[in-house]
Design a protein around this ligand. Structure first.
Ligand code: BV8
Length: 264
């Protein structure tokens, strides 16, 4: 497979061990971060501060305090990110996850995907029953309201910063900001999936942001075999049973192709 041709010898050796184990798994938990969208052209969270945003601290921009201080400025940042994301498509890594989910369904298994990403690319790639831990950049809700009141606002670019609800109230992005609680039901569901998994993969995340970053560790503590796919080492690498230090758009299609060769 052309894709495998670009993998390092180390990664091919890891895949040789991993593929038979992964082909046997019937409850797979996949946890993704910004790195899986890097090859779609979306800057990862920390390097999203390129250009005019370089002078801002992302943790400040993605925070309720930052928003209350200057809602227009925070909305300008989200509007820019929405415009970037509107030009991006899922990459082979996103599609490999959807492909694997379909394969497992046919084998009476299941793949649960919990993503930290807010870019909608897993949904566009066709992954079902997506768990969006940190919300979705295409959704908004009235400031001060609960996640349940969110709705999609697809205007791109936005006509005003901040956008307003029909009743004139200020709308906020339906994302989880630093210092904000995640939607408890969403987070509990993700932990349930992690605890039931026999194979867990942490892909494209720096494993720094909690409580989401605890998920792969919890999967491992409950007996899952743990795989990390990331070109860099992270806080999780030492705990992983298999490490593929590759871009996900290269490693995931090679892994799923190997599983398909065994499972048909
Ligand atoms: C909360 C949405 C309770 C907004 C985001 C312990 C327990 C609980 C909380 C904390 C804790 N310790 C600290 C905290 C507070 C804080 C936190 O974790 N801070 C960190 C910085 C230390 N957590 C919170 O505030 C959370 N809320 O805990 O509520 C509470 C309430 C009140 C008071 C206290 C606690 C809420 C966190 C959610 C924040 N929202 N996003 C938006 O996006 O605008 S987080 C944001 O960063 C992203 O969404 C993403 O989820 C997250 C992490 O980023 P990554 O996805 O990992 O991306 P990153 O850029 O970091 O790394 C990219 C990786 O990809 C790299 O490793 C790179 O090597 C790799 N890569 C690059 N290219 C590729 C690749 N991999 C594969 N292929 C490639 N091609």
């Amino acid at each position: 497979m052309a894709q495998e041709g670009q993998l390092s010898a180390d990664s091919l050796a890891v895949l040789e061990q991993l593929v038979p184990v992964a082909a046997k798994a019937r409850r797979v938990f996949v946890f993704t971060g910004a790195g899986v969208s890097a090859e779609s052209g979306i800057p990862t969270f920390r390097d999203a501060q390129t250009g005019l945003w370089a002078k801002y601290d992302p943790v400040m921009l993605a925070s309720i305090d930052g928003f209350r201080k200057d809602p227009a400025n925070v909305w300008k940042w989200y509007d820019e990110r929405r415009q970037t994301m509107s030009r991006c498509q899922p990459n082979p890594g996103h599609h490999a996850i959807t492909d694997w989910q379909g394969l497992l369904k046919g084998l009476d298994g299941r793949l649960d995907l919990a993503t930290q990403n807010i870019d909608d690319l897993h949904r566009i790639a066709g992954t079902e029953e997506l768990i969006e831990l940190h919300g979705n950049i295409w959704e908004v809700r009235p400031l001060g309201s609960e996640f349940q009141e969110a709705f999609r606002l697809m205007d791109c670019p936005l006509s005003e910063h901040p956008p307003r609800h029909i009743d004139g109230s200020t709308l906020r992005p339906n994302v989880v900001w630093f210092g904000e609680m995640l939607d408890e039901a969403v987070l509990n569901h993700a932990f349930q999936c992690a605890m039931k998994a026999d194979l867990a993969l942490s892909i494209g995340t720096s494993s720094l942001v909690y409580p989401a970053a605890a998920l792969p560790f919890v999967a491992r503590e409950h007996g899952a075999t743990l795989v990390e796919i990331n070109p860099e080492r992270t806080e999780l690498t030492a705990a992983a049973d298999y490490v593929l230090q590759e871009p996900s758009a290269l490693a995931l299609p090679a892994l799923v192709a190997g599983i398909r060769r065994i499972c048909g």
